[in-house]
Design a protein around this ligand. Structure first.
Ligand code: SF4
Ligand code: F3S
Length: 104
């Protein structure tokens, strides 16, 4: 599966949702997640993210992100249409410690 990681927080560009063939992105207040059981591993979303926040779970230490994505994809609504990024997206791209900004 692919998963969304912390650099999505406070950016939420949403380019990713337009390309997913199975509509498995879910939207929180300032971040999206992927449902790991719905993702078919096609990989097309990864290069679409301007914040490089989408990673394959084959990279090291991704287990916590798979669990994180699963947890929130089960309670957040699906998102299938691109919208404007968050207003501070450009400024926030690449900032450290973004988990502190995460809001459910
Ligand atoms: Fe959707 Fe493919 Fe990205 Fe999985 S890898 S979230 S199926 S676009
Ligand atoms: Fe987030 Fe990147 Fe999608 S910033 S909303 S994972 S395009």
């Amino acid at each position: 599966t692919y998963v969304v990681t912390d650099n999505c927080i406070a950016c939420k560009y949403t380019d990713c949702v337009e390309v997913c063939p199975v509509d498995c992105f879910y939207e929180g207040e300032n971040m999206l997640v992927i449902h790991p059981d719905e993702c078919i591993d096609c990989g097309v979303c990864e290069p679409e993210c301007p914040a490089d926040a989408i990673r394959p779970d084959t990279e090291p230490d991704m287990d916590k992100w798979v669990e994180f994505n699963r947890k929130y994809s089960e309670s957040w609504p699906v998102i299938i249409t691109k919208k404007d990024p968050l207003p501070e997206a450009e400024e926030m791209d690449g900032k450290p410690d973004k988990m502190e900004l995460f809001s459910e």
